[in-house]
Design a protein around this ligand. Structure first.
Ligand code: AMP
Ligand code: TRP
Length: 333
């Protein structure tokens, strides 16, 4: 069946191995299936829900775009653009905010996490962020949305908004309720310092994550220092119980080598961590270093990146502005 794919990544600094394995690698696989039509968006309007430095933001938009391209996204096959160039996202988001209910937003766990203890000081944008995300998806009639597990609840909200709109305006199937595409395996890559915490760009410890821009030496050093335990590597999956760090490192190896966890366990069973870490570091370098040097090469040519985004935005605008026009017609504007 042909799928219409939409996904977005925020341009908020260093992309890491978790973003690559949990999201971007999957974007590339979906793009390379000829039955799919894919749209990938650098969601800069989502980024400004927390304070950004204007210079940094501009740099991060280009960096995320470069990471998309360097990882294998092809602007000739897929639409690649940044959200703020297509005003239909903001317009659609306002209309959908009149469909979404306060009670639905109040349940969003990511807002609670991001707003922290002092909710009163969070921006209103951060609160209604999932509605903008719904607009992103619904304006393109996307059928499938590849995201990490943490975004599942936001996808559910997009479905609720689509269904309520269709019901309220007697317009069955006008907005398409999208399905999440969440990887079954290795959907969450954990911190290298704590196997119970997600690898994240906001972790203060640089040693907790491998950035797509890391050099070979940095990758080797971070893997060498990654937390493990004192037992040898497991002989079967059961022996991974309560060994989240070992499981995470084996998961990273499996994902990057496109093999199952069981195959990786068989490959290393009974070996010690220093042997395994050496192999893992080499694999990560093999997969990540070409991406990182391509990112650096692309970042020397801002005009090329800006052209990709502008061209993508034109194509996106054709689709999204038409949809907003039809939404307006339906609601009587
Ligand atoms: P973010 O950097 O939080 O905007 O995330 C961009 C994409 O990467 C989203 O689809 C996330 O679900 C995914 N992602 C972020 N961190 C991880 C992680 N540690 N493991 C797997 N996927 C992740
Ligand atoms: N909220 C997503 C994240 O933080 C990013 C995002 C914005 C997105 N709009 C989207 C993802 C639309 C998928 C589809 O990762």
């Amino acid at each position: 069946m042909s799928k219409k794919i939409f996904s977005g990544v925020q341009p908020t600094g260093n992309l890491h191995l978790g973003n690559y394995i949990g999201a971007i690698k999957n974007f590339v696989n979906l793009q390379n299936d000829k039955n799919n039509f894919c749209i990938y968006c650098v969601v800069d309007l989502h980024a400004i829900t927390v304070k950004q430095n204007p210079e940094e933001l501009k740099k991060n938009i280009r960096e995320t775009t470069a990471a998309f391209i360097a990882s294998g996204l092809d602007y000739k096959k897929s639409i690649i653009f940044n959200q703020s160039l297509v005003s239909a996202h903001s317009e659609g988001s306002w209309i959908l905010s009149c469909i979404a209910r306060m009670g639905w937003l109040n349940r969003m766990t990511q807002f609670k996490e991001k707003a922290g203890k002092d909710k009163e000081k969070a921006s209103v944008g951060l609160y209604i962020y999932p509605i903008l995300m719904a607009a992103d998806i619904l304006l393109y009639d996307a059928t499938h949305v590849p995201v990490g597990e943490d975004q599942k609840q936001h996808l559910e909200l997009s479905r609720d908004i689509a269904n309520k709109f269709n019901l309220d305006f007697n317009s069955k199937n006008f907005l398409i309720a999208p399905e999440p595409l969440i990887q079954k395996n290795f959907a969450r890559i954990m911190s290298l310092k704590d196997g119970n915490k997600k690898m994240s760009k906001s972790d203060p410890s640089e040693l907790s994550r491998i950035n797509l821009s890391d050099t070979k030496d940095e990758i080797f050093n971070k893997i060498k220092k990654a937390k493990t335990d004192t037992q040898p590597l497991p002989e079967n999956v059961n022996q991974l119980a309560d060994r989240s760090e070992a499981e995470n490192l084996l998961g990273i190896y499996s994902s990057l080598s496109d093999q199952s966890l069981i195959q990786t366990i068989n490959e290393f069973s009974g070996k010690n961590f220093s042997y395994f870490k050496e192999k893992l570091a080499n694999l990560v370098v093999d997969k990540i270093s070409p991406i990182s040097s391509e990112i650096n090469k692309l970042l020397k040519d801002n005009k090329f990146i800006d052209d990709v985004l502008n061209e993508g935005a034109q194509k996106a605008n054709e689709i999204a502005s038409k949809k907003v026009k039809n939404i307006k017609k339906i609601i009587g504007l």
